[in-house]
Ligand binder design. Structure first.
Ligand code: SF4
Length: 383
């Protein structure tokens, strides 16, 4: 089947910068603007294919339809999304400002600006505490590096080619943005930041299956960066919480309990007061001083894997075009609990697509990952 461009509208022009795509993976999103791809003039009229959309379609075609065709977005967003984005933003500044004596302060200014309501909103305050502590700990752990930074937030784009003919797709162009490229021991590596709840053998094993990184490496090689592997920069998320202190009733109950256990029938227990911001930051700093709070994992790319990617990407685009043409979006129920959590569309699928469930739990919002305003229609953002 061909991937005819006939179904795609003419490109539009813009008066102000609009993200061409917003990439997302796991807990992180990042925008790509037309200028990142060399300016509006040089931008292709093809639809931008991002890894997140491609991966969504590969995992479950129905999920792709919910998100990218019907534009359904859960009203409640996972906490991890915004926290991961803030940490990535802080790390971007940290590495862009290498050589600046005030770079940690500038990173912390950035963190402060991300949580303007921390004085009144407990959720913002909690994230602010943890983001600051994580990056202060990071700066202490890595004051110098054993690698040289070559690129930060490197944007790339490239053709998706038919593996049989070598001809580029007339419909799609691949695009992405890598956290960084570094030179380590004389070779180039992708630098990939990750925040994680825990780092165990399973977590590290899963890094080998990271298709996004293989795909990025494939395209970066094509534009002149001979990437040989990936340096995963993993920052652990703490579960520490700021102590709220006891109410008078809680204190009296605890004191009575302790007194009952004491032969004298008395207790010297003091009422526990709320933990101050300074005390909590000190406790977080102690936690982030532990060696296991940060981890680096170097992984070499598999040449066999890279060779298969071109074919995989092409096949997925063909399957997508077929699904769209026939209006068949299959449910992949084996993916409903991937990553040990339910898919955000589970209630809707379980309800057999009840419109009341849809309206209660979801809002209509164009997919962040593909604001492909230059190539795709308003009605249906394609890959
Ligand atoms: S709940 Fe399952 S079938 Fe429905 S969209 Fe999610 S992964 Fe697909």
């Amino acid at each position: 089947m061909s991937d005819s461009p006939a179904n795609f509208p003419e490109p539009r022009t813009f008066d102000e910068p609009v993200p061409l795509v917003r990439l997302g993976q796991g807990d992180y999103t990042r925008d790509i603007y037309p200028a990142d791809l060399g300016g509006a003039e040089s931008r292709s009229t093809k639809s931008v294919l991002t890894f997140s959309a491609l991966n969504t379609f590969r995992n479950c075609a129905r999920k792709y339809k919910h998100r990218y065709v019907d534009h359904l977005q859960p009203r409640e967003k996972p906490e991890n999304l915004s926290f991961g984005s803030v940490i990535h933003g802080g790390l971007e500044r940290w590495y862009r400002l290498t050589g600046d004596a005030n770079r940690l302060w500038k990173v912390l200014d950035f963190i402060d600006a991300q949580f303007p309501l921390r004085g009144s909103d407990p959720v913002q305050k909690d994230r602010w505490h943890r983001a600051r502590a994580m990056l202060v700990g990071y700066a202490a752990r890595y004051p110098t590096e054993n690698f040289a930074v070559v690129e930060i937030e490197k944007v790339f784009h490239g053709e998706i080619r038919n593996p049989d003919t070598g001809r580029p797709s007339q419909t799609f162009v691949m695009s992405g943005k890598a956290d960084g490229i570094v030179r380590l021991d004389g070779e180039l590596y992708l630098l990939e930041h990750k925040t994680a709840g825990s780092i165990d053998a399973n977590y590290l094993d899963k890094l080998w299956t990271d298709t996004q990184i293989a795909l990025y490496s494939y395209y970066l090689r094509q534009v002149g960066y001979p990437i040989v592997g990936v340096l995963y920069n993993i920052l652990l998320k703490t579960r520490l919480k700021q102590r709220e202190g006891e109410t008078q009733e809680e204190y009296e109950a605890r004191r009575a309990e302790l007194a009952a256990k004491n032969k004298s029938g008395k207790s010297t227990a003091q009422r526990q007061l709320p933990e101050t911001d300074e005390e909590f930051q000190a406790r977080l700093a102690e936690w982030y001083a532990k060696p296991e709070a940060f981890h680096r994992e170097r992984i070499y790319l598999s040449e066999d894997r890279l060779a298969m990617l071109q074919e995989e990407v092409w096949e997925i685009t063909q399957q997508y075009l077929d699904a769209r043409r026939r209006g068949k979006w299959l449910l992949n129920t084996s993916n409903c609990f991937a990553y040990d959590r339910p898919c955000e569309y589970l209630p809707y699928c379980q309800s057999n697509f009840n419109p009341n469930v849809r309206d209660n739990l979801f809002e209509i919002a164009p997919p962040h990952e593909e604001l492909a305003v230059g190539a795709a229609s308003d009605a249906e953002t394609t890959f």
